[in-house]
Write a protein that binds this ligand. Sequence first.
Ligand SMILES: Nc1ncnc2c1ncn2[C@@H]1O[C@H](COP(=O)(O)OP(=O)(O)OP(=O)(O)O)[C@@H](O)[C@H]1O
Ligand SMILES: [Mg+2]
Length: 492
Amino acid sequence: MTTKDTNGAEWITFGPYVLFPGPRALKRDGKSVRIRDKPLDLLIALVESPGDILSASELAERVWRREWVEESTVRATVYALRRLLGRTSEGEDYVRNTVGRGYGFSDSIRIERSAPDPKVDRQSAAPATVRAPGRLPPLLKPVIGREREILKVIDLLGRNRLVTITGLGGIGKTTVAISSASRLLETEPEACFVDLALVKEERLVPASVAGALGSERPAECPSSYVLGRLSDRRLLLVFDNCEQVADMAAAFAEAILREAPHVKMIVTSREPLRADGEVVFRLDGLTYPPQDTDIRAEDALAFSAVQLFVDRASAASPEFVLTDALAPMVARICRRLDGIALAVQLAANRVPSFGVRGVEARLDDRFRLLGNGQRTAAPRHQTLEGALDWSYELLTPPESALFTRLATFHDTFTIAAAAEVAGLPPIGKSDIEALLAKLVEKSLVVFVGDTPIPTYRMLETVRAYARERLRTAGEDAAVVERHACLASESSE
Ligand SMILES: Nc1ncnc2c1ncn2[C@@H]1O[C@H](COP(=O)(O)OP(=O)(O)OP(=O)(O)O)[C@@H](O)[C@H]1O
Ligand SMILES: [Mg+2]
């Protein structure tokens, strides 16, 4: 194995392959291999550091640079490259996938390269080899709606240094954060994006931030490295998908705000960090038409969830057109999916198989219907159920017990009603209020508003999920019975 980079190398061999970075060509056993631009750039980036593991966002930065790209596209490109290269004679993949961390070129494959040409200007070498850690990931598809929310985030960040965008899984937090940050780059000198979705251990948060800031090797004390690098820098820092490492993200964000007076931060998380100085912006679903309207296509298209549905349905089946006949159905689908961007998108993808009417008819079994999204999406975005599993798995046992039992409420409920129905072991009735507040924080229950008695509700999709969980826990009958007693008492 060699650690020299490809800059200036005329050729690089591995197995039966010869890669020519300059003329951008690949040969196998002396014959040219047809390879598209992005897989080629990806190969160059990977061969540059055999044995290292590069996260999807690092690869996106190196390969796509200024374009918007989703993690799913990186995955798809890696997959295409692996298929193209095939396996070594020992049956090994050239490109390894280390689950939860990223991709790397196998370090057990012998790589040889020509000596670098001293005439090559290293700064102007192949673009794919330029390291640009922390660059904002490009969004591959246009962002629909969200203008008001983006302006709100920008406004909040004008007056505060830490804004956390919270909301249910798949509702669109990352999309709004990236859009706001790229808009802010019109005035801010630079931004650094840290995707924490794959970071499962709290202690690894500082190292991930250090990596995004360009630390080549794991620093001995990544926190000090980061704080040192940021102390006098004017920077917009984006921490994306923090909920599973919220404690460390909060502590680290506080330290950054303290030590680096010119840094501003946008955080996305399904629950607030509860950090000092944090302002929380709760993101709702995309907009959808009001109930029971016989809406025309033109009017329905004023709502962003409908626009997203139509956009994705047309991409999945080019002949799709939103007619006046279809508009009320699409409006109902968007409403029943509470405008959750991921759900609307998954539903639109099913139009070629079932038609709009068929999709609506299958919404009662929504987790089966919305169970096969893009193979290349992040695991928690491949299915609607996966998006909610991610939140469910982060609940404590009493929180998950309350969460599933609340599924028996079809509409709004009060704290007293929740205690009546759900206050059985492992939950004491006196715990309900605090647990309910936790579920609101975690975006699984909605606080309806400051009515004389506080009321709560679940979004239809969340409720359907909780119901399934209640059934699997075998508690369905008992809780439904308690709910029925409550209903009959209150009607007496
Ligand atoms: N306004 C929008 N326009 C177009 N697509 C959108 C929009 N909002 C979200 N999406 C799409 O919906 C999916 C989910 O969005 P996103 O990743 O932003 O959700 P999230 O709230 O960050 O989810 P998670 O909690 O799982 O991190 C993505 O595929 C994204 O591209
Ligand atoms: Mg996200």
